[in-house]
Design a protein around this ligand. Sequence first.
Ligand code: AQP
Length: 333
Amino acid sequence: MSKKIFSGVQPSGNLHLGNYLGAIKNFVELQNEKDTECVYCIVDLHAITVNQDPKELKKNIRETLATFIACGLNEKKSIIFNQSSVPAHSEGAWILGCIARMGWLNRMTQFKEKAGKDKEKASVGLYTYPVLMAADILLYDSTHVPVGDDQRQHLELCRDIALRFNNEFQTPNFLKIPESLIQKNFSRIMSLKDGTKKMSKSDPSDLSRINLTDDKDKIINKIKKSKTDTMPMPNEEENLKDRPEVLNLLEIYSSLSNSSIEKSKMEFSGKNFSDFKDKLSSLLVEKIEPISKEIKKLLNEEKHLDAILLGGTEKANKYASIKVKEMKKIIGF
Ligand code: AQP
């Protein structure tokens, strides 16, 4: 059976190593699989659930696209577009918002985390974010959605919404029930300054992350300054539960070298941290510097980037507008 993939990245700036290893690298692998159709969306409607500076947002949409292309996504193989340019996403989200129940949304842990203590001040959009995500996925009859662990709950909600719609209107299989695609043996990439916090675009410290636009010197400097501890490099048997920063650096090394954490532990067992950090920096420079150079080159080609988005928008619109039209017919409009 052929697979239909949908996934999105928010254009909220500072795309980093976590976004690459946790999402974009996998997008490229899926794009190159046989019998697989991929739709990759720059989810700008999701980005405005928190405040955005309009000029920055525009710049970040282009930068996210440049990052996709620099990492190996190809507009001839995948549909690549930005969400706000396809009106069916907003229309679909409204309709599905009338299917989802308050009780379901009240259980979403990401809203609780992102809204923080003062929930009353969070935007309504932040609260209904998972409904928009459901529309994104369901409009393309997606069969598989590559998601990080943090999005698993939202995907469950998307499945519940689709089932309820199909039951309520007695249209079995109209909305396809998507499966999650979770990367095997992959842990989240954590902050270089605190191994208990995920590497994140919004961390105020630039030293906490490797940006995909960082040059060689920045990468080397960030790894040099990354937090470790005073103990030697661990051996194969050591459990790294209480050494989250060391575990994170080893995970990054393993993920970039397509190796297992056990093998990486074995490779550096008994060595100095400086030896390990040197090797890790070289590997990061080898993998990330070409991406960073390509992003910078592409950012000077605004017309080319805009043409890619326009082409992707046309293709996405074709799919999504038909699906939303059918949805409207089913509900009696
Ligand atoms: N640290 C991470 N490790 C692995 N995967 C990660 N992703 C994000 N951070 C890590 C994955 O990247 C994809 C795109 O994420 P997003 O931009 O839609 O939103 P996010 O998860 O909220 O990303 P950030 O960097 O943490 O942004 P802020 O700071 O704005 O909250 C997703 O597949 C995500 O799992």
